[in-house]
Design a protein around this ligand. Structure first.
Ligand code: PGA
Length: 241
């Protein structure tokens, strides 16, 4: 794993943004794996301002998101469908039909998981997957204990994850208890992975990722076995390394 140390959130976002733009410019049909949460928002802002200033086009890009809550309609303000539209898709020239997010309202959720796996295959796999990291080491919504061989599946969210995400909801009670997430093996098959971390709250997780062993109780540590992972983190997130 390569580690790029940046001074703060802004520099982390710019560094990741520039790397993604370079990939898009060299492969206009890139399949880009995307993430939600606070961490990638600055990257998305960077991509949007570059798009308007420099004309980088997303017309032929495909995007595939990591996860979605179960039970929230796709037009619910807290759904990841709306997060992605508001923070990225509606502000680029990407056709919405080439943006994919699991459907957490599907009647048959097991079939939806299989459909998502097949979709990723049909799209030729993910060229570059963007990831955040949870304080408990989760990637996507793969909580500690998830087998490294897992494919897209239904998860019950850890209490700590629901607490962390309750900042986006009117109350903790309204945070869904379940989600659909790409599995660790699904994520691992991405040709390249870019993991971002910012702030002191992530310092323990980042230190364990960089210095610890590969262990299913710490999902992000699966990435230690991958050949093409770059961690871009700021000083605060790297302070225990
Ligand atoms: P965050 O979430 O970017 O909102 O900190 C990251 C994660 O939980 O994967």
């Amino acid at each position: 794993m390569k580690v790029i140390r940046t001074s703060n959130y802004g520099e982390m976002s710019r560094t990741a943004g520039e790397l993604i733009i370079e990939k898009i410019r060299s492969n206009q049909q890139l399949t880009l794996g995307l993430a939600t949460g606070s961490t990638p928002k600055g990257v998305y802002e960077y991509l949007i301002s570059d798009h308007w200033q420099n004309g980088t086009s997303y017309k032929n890009i495909t995007t595939i998101n990591l996860d979605e809550y179960i039970g929230l309609r796709n037009d619910h303000p807290n759904s990841y469908h709306i997060f992605m539209r508001k923070n990225l898709f509606d502000l680029l020239d990407i056709p919405l039909a080439e943006t994919f997010i699991p459907d957490g309202t599907a009647d048959d959720l097991e079939t939806e998981c299989l459909r998502y796996e097949n979709l990723i295959k049909e799209k030729g796999g993910i060229d570059l997957q963007l990831l955040g990291i949870g304080q408990n080491g989760h990637i996507g919504f793969n909580e500690p204990g998830t087998p490294f061989k897992s494919r897209t599946h239904i998860v019950t969210l850890a209490e700590s994850t629901r607490q962390a995400n309750s900042r986006f909801f009117p109350s903790f009670r309204e945070v869904p208890a379940q989600a659909i997430t790409m599995g660790i093996s699904t994520i691992f098959e991405s040709r390249e992975i870019l993991l971002l971390a910012s702030g002191a709250a992530k310092a323990e997780a980042v230190a364990r990722l960089i210095n610890g062993d590969s262990d299913e109780n710490f999902p992000a540590s699966a990435l230690k076995l991958h050949r093409n992972v770059t961690i871009i983190a700021d000083e605060a997130a790297l302070k225990l390394v």
